[in-house]
Design a protein around this ligand. Sequence first.
Ligand code: BG6
Length: 505
Amino acid sequence: MENKKVLSPTIIFIFGGSGDLANRKLIPALYNLFIDKYLPEKFAVIGVGRTTFASDNDYRDKLLEGVQQFSRRKGEPNGQWKSFAEHVSYHELDLLNTETYTSLATWVNDKAKEWDAQPTVIFYLAVAPQLAPAIAVKLSEQKLCLDSTTRRIVFEKPFGHDLQSADELNKLLGTLFDEDQIFRIDHYLGKETVQNIIAFRFANALFEPVWNSNYIDHVQITAAETVGVEDRGGYYEQAGALRDMVQNHILQLLCMVAMEAPISFEANEIRNKKVDVLNAIRKLDPEDVHAHTVRGQYSAGWIKGKQVQAYRQEKSVSPQSPVDTFVAAKFYIDNWRWQNVPFYVRTGKYLHEKTTLITIHFKEAPHYSFPGEAAETWRPNRLTFSIQPETSIRMRFQAKRPGPNMILNPVDMVFNYAEAYDGYEPEAYETLLQDVIEGDPTLFMRADQVEAAWKVITPILEAWQSRPPIDFPNYSPDGWGPEDAEALIARDGHNWVSLPSKNKE
Ligand code: BG6
């Protein structure tokens, strides 16, 4: 697994170094990259924040707990952890204070002298989104990002709250940095199974000829979660499922399925092809919004044997909250390839199963040459990309059931990642951090992508705001969301696919 590229010495500042993201995702990812020898020989990770730690060792001990709890390699933190942790330190600093940045600049200069090299410097903003603009301004004012080839800034979502705020944020960042320095993370793009959609489509001659409205009946994307909003009620009240999941992750999955073949794997080429899809998604009129979308909010209930409270009772949530914890929607892409092919998407909290699935439903065979009884269980072909937790690709086709009579039944041909690659499945953040270190922006959101996605979502947000929901809460935990979500797809003669592993219809 070793990285063959020669990487420059690298300094990674994690702003919000004592926070949840650093603890759960960033440090475990860096640790795994270290074990797999993907980090440069000379590197330093510096947590920056206002929390007090008695010493660097104290900080490292806290990170080790995170690694033991959240890293994919839990069992072997001993020997390797110690060598990794030597590269990690903590600076207690206020990110809104100008002097913080002068001290960081001095630190970088000292390190450059010690290493006798100009390092790549990454500023990872793992902070509350409202702090990001002020930090970006300070980084720029203090000239920490002047060299666009070696200085990079990583932003977590949300990128704005709607089209206007995203546009303002992008304009601000555009005045401070080069677009090439800005890495906007959508962690779904780092998932192995998501990246593999491109390999599947464009490294095989078999599928592309049928990848269009002549052969494909419809596409479904489900991103279901079994958790509620947990302790993120304050954030979620400003977001809702549409902003939290659809504007970014789900539309990115849709782009992977629907994009045209890139001419090359150059970052901007791939990103251009995705923007084309976003721009081609039909923008809904206010009247269409109600026919093409369903919103839901969970009530109190039970999930996996545990009693849970309604969204409106969660901490920092208004008891009258109109915020959506579930969305289902039907999109159309107005271009030659996808004319009239519906893309159904749904996502929600407290659903029956944790699963992210993309299913491509092919049209029926044009002619049934088999006797009636042979074809009772005849089903159209279906391709399923299971993004998580199972990581697989399944192709459903018809087979003859063994026996003297010609009876057909659907079977699955399965490619399973864990089996094929001995369980080697790097976490999304490993891939993304490695790309930031290498300066490869392919899997990151460009400013125009973010705005094109907001253009799809904004009409829905506006129509919903103009008609507050009257039936919330409208779904119980441990199901598949509100009844209307079933109706949305059933009206077109389809049903949601949820459990590929059980080969369920
Ligand atoms: C985040 C959302 O972007 O994605 C969360 O803010 C959500 O609300 C999470 O739970 C889901 O990510 P994953 O990788 O667990 O599917």
